[in-house]
Design a protein around this ligand. Structure first.
Ligand code: ADP
Ligand code: MG
Length: 281
């Protein structure tokens, strides 16, 4: 087991009249190897929660444990933790600043105090993983497309060789093609590298096809935590939270209501196709 969030509460501006509870009694275990979707309406607490995962923000009460050690203990090595738990912020391209792509990706590992050779090796590897070829290395990051910039930012975090990759709305603002490229990249990293991925999104549709676990947040609390089909079974409650099950789940429910013997708990197009073919074969 890698990360554990144990009875975490977080209050913005605690002890002032502006005090605002953003997280309430959060309990989550993130074992190695999972691909998790963290879903919730805007303001539900997703971003606040993910900044707790690498010690950037300290809980008002409760603990965050990494391999059973409290990451907020006075003597805990949080710098090392930040290489293991890589956090990609929302709109990470706003944090690109070096003169060329390669230098930008080198920035993180350089800060870990690694040798120049090792830093460059990691940067090459990370850029290769995100699918950016040599042609890009000497380009200014600012000349790239939105999706390419975002891949550079992700490469910068991958070059730290994290065990857990946490991405806050990594597809926000991208067109459908750029969006799918990022999601496919995450899938590949998870499958081929075994990296644990925590994907923050407010779109059920996006995550349903990729994740093996969904955590739903609402008003600072975890409302559901389980496999996609378990979570989407609560579609009526999800709708009340401003979320919805994937479209394909609704189609299957309609078919079932019309008397077809189909499984209305499927959550991906692929599963639905298989199931419908069975019914009609
Ligand atoms: P999400 O990422 O799901 O949109 P956030 O974690 O950003 O949610 O916000 C959770 C709650 O905390 C919201 O009510 C939001 O208004 C509030 N909040 C977020 N950032 C701050 C801040 N810096 N100061 C005060 N309140 C904040
Ligand atoms: Mg957010």
């Amino acid at each position: 087991m890698a990360l554990k969030i144990d009875h975490v509460n977080y209050i913005y501006d605690a002890d002032t009249e502006m005090a605002h509870t953003a997280l309430e009694d959060i309990n989550i275990e993130i074992p190695n190897g999972q691909f998790i979707g963290l879903i919730g309406h805007t303001g539900s607490g997703k971003s606040t929660l993910v900044t707790h995962l690498n010690g950037l923000v300290k809980p008002t009460s409760g603990r965050v444990l990494y391999d059973d050690q409290d990451i907020n203990d006075k003597n805990y090595d949080r710098k090392k933790l930040r290489s293991k738990v890589g956090l990609v912020f929302q709109y990470p391209e706003h944090q690109l600043f070096e003169t060329d792509v390669f230098a930008d990706v080198c920035f993180g590992p350089k800060n870990l105090g690694l040798s120049k050779d090792e830093v460059e090796k990691r940067a090459y590897e990370a850029l290769r993983m995100v699918g950016l070829s040599d042609d890009f290395y000497k380009q200014s990051p600012f000349d790239l497309s939105g999706g390419q910039k975002r891949r550079v930012a992700i490469a910068g975090v991958l070059a730290m060789e994290p065990e857990i990759l946490v991405l806050d709305e990594p597809t926000a603002g991208l067109d459908p093609k750029g969006k799918n490229e990022i999601l496919d990249l995450l899938k590949k990293l998870h499958e081929q590298r075994g990296i644990t991925v925590v994907l923050v999104s407010h779109s059920m549709e996006d995550v349903a096809n990729y994740v093996d676990r969904i955590i739903v947040m609402d008003h600072g609390k975890v409302q559901f935590d389980g496999q996609p089909r378990e979570v989407f079974a609560h579609y009526k409650e999800l709708e009340k939270m401003g979320l919805a099950a994937p479209q394909v789940t609704y189609i299957m429910k309609d078919l079932k209501e019309k008397g077809f013997n189909v499984d209305d708990t499927v959550t991906t197009l692929e599963e639905a196709t298989d199931d419908i073919m069975k019914e009609f074969s």
